[in-house]
Design a protein around this ligand. Structure first.
Ligand SMILES: NC(=O)C1=CN([C@@H]2O[C@H](COP(=O)(O)OP(=O)(O)OC[C@H]3O[C@@H](n4cnc5c(N)ncnc54)[C@H](O)[C@@H]3O)[C@@H](O)[C@H]2O)C=CC1
Ligand SMILES: O=C(CO)COP(=O)(O)O
Length: 340
């Protein structure tokens, strides 16, 4: 049976993976050649971004300078994008996924499989929910997770890196590996969806810490300490709430490798550094510095803090708690080292 892939999202990472998937579907007989990509429509320099992508084969706003394969077709209608798909790739910033799932509920074929590339969690009045679980529960389909040390522009330029796919059902993991794996984007599959997903979400908080340390010019040893303490808190949180999360997952690309890359080159790091050097609030810097791209670490720090404080656990997670307070309670950035 032919599999048909649809991409839900077309930002910096969504566009980078569109380039990979659009190429890989030609390598196997079991994939339909057309890959539809849902694009949140906007005007760029007076032109429709969707028209630009479909005529120039480039996402000039979110991944400029990189050509997309011509078989990747930008679509404005989310439901139509997914209507005939059997493999859904979710790659929107986490703050939009709940609305996406509401629109797709009852509108995707029952034989669909999903994968989430989203680094974040969803929080509602009942507590927090993993995004892969939200996809599974709201759409009634299985979901894998892909996460790794993958700064989008470097991947789009074809520079070698690794990534991790977490699966519940091995055949799903293998199928999704086929659309992502290339000689320069090496996929490892592991049976730990939740561990892979929590690594991706929680590392964004630690990345804020890495940027604060850079802004304070504290040096490499301090950065390494933030990464190490961050990794320990990530593992502790994950295994406290989900006892089946495996230790080995933290040694995959989604774990320690993503922490290193994100604390060196990511957007969360960059904006946190600027928070120290300019004194401006994070949301203002996000607007000024990211040209429409979204910051994930601050809101995830808030989500985690809400969970930890409700359960009286803040003292067990001093790094995540301090980062939240610096972002939202005007704590001076220097407390990043004083309070841990
Ligand atoms: N950029 C990167 O290097 C990497 C990002 N990720 C993760 O991938 C996920 C997606 O991030 P990016 O592709 O980087 O996005 P982005 O931050 O580059 O772009 C923002 C996207 O959100 C869309 N958008 C704006 N308002 C919207 C709305 N109301 N509803 C739906 N969409 C809306 C924009 O059109 C744009 O496509 C995030 O969870 C991120 O953490 C993961 C690995 C690498
Ligand atoms: O997840 C990423 C790299 O693996 C990108 O991180 P930022 O969102 O901080 O840019």
């Amino acid at each position: 049976m032919s599999e048909k892939v649809a991409l839900i999202g077309s930002g910096n990472w969504g566009s980078a993976v569109a380039r990979i998937i659009g190429g890989n579907v030609h390598n196997f007989d079991h994939f339909d050649r057309e890959v539809k990509m849902w694009v949140f429509e906007e005007q760029v320099d007076g032109r429709s971004l969707i028209d630009v992508i479909n005529t120039e084969h480039e996402n000039i706003k979110y991944l400029p300078g990189i050509k997309l394969p011509e078989n990747v077709v930008a679509c404005p209608d989310l439901v139509k994008t997914c209507a005939d798909a059997t493999m859904l790739v979710f790659v929107v910033p986490h703050q939009f996924v709940s609305n996406v799932c509401k629109q797709l509920k009852g509108n995707v074929p029952s034989n669909c499989k999903a994968i989430s590339l989203i680094k974040g969690v969803d929080v509602n009045e009942h507590g927090f929910q993993l995004i892969s679980n939200m996809i599974q529960e709201s759409l009634g389909i299985r979901s894998c997770v892909l996460s790794g040390a993958n700064i989008a522009t470097e991947v789009a330029e074809g520079r070698f890196c690794e990534t991790t796919i977490g699966y519940r059902n091995k055949s799903d993991g293998e199928l999704f590996r086929d659309i992502f794996h290339t000689p320069y984007f090496r996929v490892t599959i592991v049976e730990d969806v939740i561990g892979v997903e929590l690594c991706g979400a929680l590392k964004n908080i630690v990345a804020i810490g890495g940027g604060l340390v850079d802004g304070l010019k504290l040096g490499d040893n301090t950065k390494a300490a933030i990464i190490r303490i961050g990794l320990c808190e990530m593992r502790k949180f994950s295994q406290m709430f989900y006892k089946d999360v495996k230790d080995t997952t933290f040694f995959e690309s989604c774990g320690v490798a993503d922490l290193i890359t994100t604390c060196a080159g990511g957007r969360n790091r960059k904006v946190a550094e600027a928070h120290v050097t300019t004194g401006k609030p994070f949301d203002q810097l996000e607007q000024e510095m990211l040209n429409g791209q979204k910051l994930q670490g601050t809101s995830t720090a808030k989500d985690m803090y809400n969970i930890l404080s409700k359960k009286g656990l803040c003292h067990e997670f001093p790094l995540m708690t301090t980062i939240y307070r610096i972002c939202y309670e005007n704590l001076p950035p220097s407390r990043i080292v004083e309070d841990i």
